[in-house]
Write a protein that binds this ligand. Structure first.
Ligand SMILES: [Zn+2]
Ligand SMILES: [Zn+2]
Length: 384
């Protein structure tokens, strides 16, 4: 593993050194291998609601998988020929070989029956490909900071992304539970709910955006103010490189808590399903976008909707960036509560927390809020 990551982070990346073929080959081989795994164990590795879609398009998916495995094989060979250190090429070929032995593009389910519990391995891959396809080219073209795609601590952030998409069922269940409980206990309000659901769809969409951001603003602010909660949220702020993947870095407990609170107004007030799903899709893209390494002049729009520069100031390492811009949709909420900060055309000088108190790596960061050590005792944001 160490050899693979050393190679991926190697400074010898120029065209012709075999780095591009090795990296791309490994990416496709992992993708192909994981897809074959999904074919073998669809009951436990794919999202329930997506299985009908896969069944209806199985022909295309198998052709695509075949192409991916062949491409990975050819890239692996290219790496082995071109590069002195051939780890990436060999691992790529090994994965393609294993995927082929498991049936390759003809692999089929080896389990009978169905399972109530599943992981979203397909959700992880589709999300990664879609978001990568949208954001990587835009970040290349309109970059704020000149950094490689595999920038500082990309592996950590990718792992956060992996965990939050793989456990999509568990996370959704845990974060929706409070809403469902409140919903069941307040049946008397069903008249109000149907009135809310009968409003124009665009209005409901805006209302959801505003209400969730208002709740999000205060939950977020509390996470900054209370030292014990700050240690959970500090994980999100420990990112020192910003891009489309950086926002995934979030302690799992914070993901559940934040979602539980922000989905409360959405579900309890009885908004219609259409605007609700539209909101979930939109806010997902927006939260990726505001972390991204994209510099676009937004003009007056910067006061209307959260932009990368607005949220980057929330992540800034300097003193003036502490406890500002808590909103994630509407900057006006920060203006009302006196925490708005968007000076001129400036961006923060760097990202992270002063002194960088949060340890590196997923598991150490997972334990960080629960472990008290001498060096970290007073590292709350409020006191800096
Ligand atoms: Zn924050
Ligand atoms: Zn953020």
């Amino acid at each position: 593993m160490k050899r693979i990551t050393d190679e991926l982070d190697s400074p010898k990346k120029q065209f012709g050194t075999g780095w591009i073929s090795g990296t791309l080959g490994l990416f496709l081989a992992v993708l192909g291998f994981a897809t074959v795994l999904c074919f073998c164990f669809p009951q436990i590795l794919t999202v329930d609601q997506a299985r009908d879609f896969y069944a209806n398009n199985i022909g295309w998916i198998r052709i695509l998988l075949h192409v991916v495995l062949i491409a990975a094989f050819l890239l692996g060979i290219t790496n082995v020929i071109l590069r002195d250190q051939k780890t990436l090429g060999f691992v790529t070929l090994l994965l393609v070989l294993s995927a082929s032995l498991m049936g390759g593009s003809k692999a089929s389910s080896v389990l009978d029956g169905s399972s109530d519990l599943y992981l979203g391995l397909d959700f992880f891959m589709l999300n990664l490909i879609l978001l990568g396809a949208i954001f990587i080219p835009i970040e290349r073209l309109l970059k704020k900071v000149d950094q490689p795609i595999l920038r500082y601590e990309w592996r950590e952030d990718l792992f956060y992304f992996f965990v939050s998409t793989l456990f999509v069922q568990t996370l959704t269940y845990l974060s929706l539970n409070p809403s469902l409980t409140v919903l069941a206990a307040t049946e008397w309000a069903s008249g109000i709910r149907s009135a809310i659901a009968s409003q124009p769809l665009w209005l409901q969409f805006l209302e959801i955006m505003f209400l969730t951001d208002l709740v999000q603003y205060w939950v977020h602010r509390v996470f900054h103010q209370i030292p014990w909660l700050w240690r959970f949220h500090a994980v999100h702020h420990s990112a020192q490189a910003m891009d489309w993947l950086a926002g995934s870095r979030m302690h799992i407990a914070e993901v559940i808590l934040l979602r539980a609170f922000t989905t409360l107004p959405m579900y309890v007030m009885g908004f219609a399903e259409g605007p609700l799903y539209a909101y979930i899709f939109f806010v997902y893209l927006l939260s990726v976008f505001i972390h991204s390494n994209i510099r676009i002049p937004f003009g007056w729009m910067r006061y209307i909707i959260a932009t990368p520069r607005f949220h980057h100031w929330h992540h800034g390492v300097e003193k003036e960036a502490i406890d500002v811009n808590f909103a994630i949709h509407f900057p006006v909420i920060d203006m009302v509560f006196g925490t708005f900060h968007l000076p001129g055309n400036r961006w923060p000088d760097g990202y992270g927390i002063h002194g960088h108190p949060v340890p590196k790596g997923f598991w150490r960061q997972f334990l960080y809020p629960f472990v008290r050590d001498k060096t970290n005792v007073d590292e709350t944001n409020a006191e800096e």
